[in-house]
Design a protein around this ligand. Structure first.
Ligand code: ADP
Ligand code: ZN
Ligand code: MG
Length: 485
């Protein structure tokens, strides 16, 4: 940084859309299943916008939004209504989108240290596909329930924006209200961002759209902060204009998509075909609050307090229900043995996750098998494996081999260990016999060790492993050798 370089303050607010997981669309009975079927397989006069049809709101979708609101401690409105947001586009067949304007379902709230402005409900658009001069429209997605969450402009870094978005995805999944895959557009993050040399005053904001992964969200924000900062540094801040920008993934830059001369006028007005809703009469909000599932933050705290395992491990369980279920069901076998609990967690989060990441496992005989630990690893068996490792019955190498078998075809680890000759001898008298033999057979090495050559002991242990066909417990063998020489 040069001496005269100034500090610039980035400000970010997010608008996040999530397609809600419901059986049917927002205002009709068509299946909410846009991409698992042929184009225009799930359409009817309502979602195709035929004149004279009447929308009927989907209660399940409203319930989903209320649940999200409860979790973020927002205020669930009693009175709520739908509005028409008027604009023309081929993917919006009615000429307006049913959305919410003045009376959203949820107001306020907070998540990951970010204040939430509102959460409302609207309908998704159709999707279009272009091929040469021809455009195709698929109405399967038209009318799919879409939740929109808007944050206050209180985020000041790419990292915090990503953290918020990831925490929200986790929450949507935990609640089962959305699959929230960004890659499929089930969750869409729009970034509003401005940079200002004055901490007390916002700069002009731009909006970045079409960001299809958390990573891209982070990179687009970083790029935009630099772009705007450079313009300020060059005295060209008048070139920062209110606009919508897109992300070019090949060039790794944002680019102008649409200039906003003035704020668009959607001529919002209350949707006359849908009755006003009184949510506290439609739903038992208190009971909904009582029956929320365990939330990510609660689970983090419980894992930290009850099991004392590493934060990194905890995040693995927060992000994978299957791993968490395996962990919790395994340690039922030894709930008070902290060491075994930690060992269990180590084996799940490093060895098992390692196998899963590889996607398949190469068994001893060179055979490649798909990992399906959910199907094959029975928690009781996994607990047995951990107990065997804890007792030193098997080496860590042997444990890895057994785990690979457990994850690909299952079985009882005790039986597998015996079959494969992986049981380690830690019976002192057996090991003593091995040690005696090694000492007698290697007199020079023994005297080297006695003369202070520390490494010689490793050679003797190695010989002992050989004599025992790898079945000796090397730690105990070394201890015995040291005692005997
Ligand atoms: P608009 O009227 O352009 O839609 P809103 O006030 O409704 O703007 O805000 C839309 C989003 O932009 C919100 O997430 C809000 O937090 C964010 N936002 C508003 N002003 C700024 C700003 N100066 N810099 C960054 N984000 C902002
Ligand atoms: Zn329909
Ligand atoms: Mg706005």
């Amino acid at each position: 940084m040069s001496d005269n370089s100034r500090t610039y303050y980035p400000t970010i607010g997010l608008e996040i859309h999530a397609e809600l997981a419901t059986n049917t669309k927002m205002f009709c009975r068509c299946a909410n299943n846009a991409f698992d079927s042929e184009p225009n397989a799930h359409v009817c006069p309502v979602c195709m916008a035929h004149p004279g049809t009447l929308p009927v709101p989907n209660k399940q979708a409203i319930e989903h939004v209320i649940n999200v609101g409860l979790v973020v401690n927002g205020e669930v409105a009693n009175f709520t209504e739908f509005d028409r947001k008027n604009y023309f586009y081929p993917d919006i067949p009615k000429g307006y989108q049913i959305s919410q304007y003045k009376y959203p379902i949820v107001s306020g709230g907070e998540l990951a240290g970010v204040k939430i402005t509102r959460i409302h409900l609207e309908e998704d658009t159709a999707t279009s596909q272009h091929s040469g001069n021809v455009s195709f429209i698929n109405y399967n997605r038209a009318g799919v329930p879409l939740m929109e969450l808007v944050t206050e402009p209180v985020i000041h870094s790419a990292e915090h924006a990503m953290e918020f978005a990831e925490e929200l995805r986790l929450l949507l999944r935990t609640l089962g209200v959305s699959k929230a895959n960004m890659e499929c557009g089930e969750m869409r993050v729009e970034v509003n961002i401005s940079v200002s040399p004055d901490k007390e005053k916002f700069g002009t904001k731009v909006e970045i759209k079409n960001l299809n992964s958390f990573n891209v969200v982070g990179r687009a924000i970083a790029y935009e902060i630099k772009r705007m900062t450079d313009l300020y540094e060059d005295g060209r801040e008048n070139e920062i204009v209110q606009e919508t920008r897109g992300w070019d993934d090949t060039k790794q830059i944002t680019f102008t998509q649409r200039r906003k001369e003035q704020s668009e006028d959607y001529r919002y007005f209350p949707e006359p075909d849908i009755p006003k809703l009184y949510l506290h009469e439609m739903f038992n909000i208190d009971e909904m609050r009582q029956t929320l599932p365990e939330l990510p933050e609660e689970k983090r705290n419980r894992y930290r307090n009850e099991y004392g395992i590493k934060d990194e491990d905890i995040e693995s369980y927060i992000n994978s229900r299957e791993l968490a279920v395996l962990f919790e069901n395994t340690i039922i076998a030894y709930p008070n043995d902290r060491e075994l609990v930690k060992l269990t967690s180590n084996y799940i989060t490093s060895d098992l996750v390692g196998l899963i990441k590889k996607g398949s496992s190469i068994l001893e005989n060179g055979e490649i098998k798909e990992i399906d630990f959910i199907k094959y690893i029975i928690p009781e068996h996994f607990a047995t494996l951990i107990q065997m490792i804890g007792r030193g019955d098997i080496s860590s190498r042997g444990a890895k081999d057994i785990l690979a078998i457990l994850a690909t075809e299952g079985g009882n680890p005790e039986v597998i260990a015996k079959e494969k000759g992986l049981i380690q001898q830690h019976d002192e008298s057996a090991l003593r016999n091995i040690a005696t033999r090694v000492i007698t057979e290697n007199p020079t090495v023994v005297s080297d060790f006695k003369a202070g050559k520390e490494n010689a002991i490793k050679f003797l242990v190695g010989q002992g492993m050989k004599v025992s066909n790898g079945s000796a417990n090397p730690t105990i063998l070394e201890k015995i050798l040291r005692e005997m020489v």
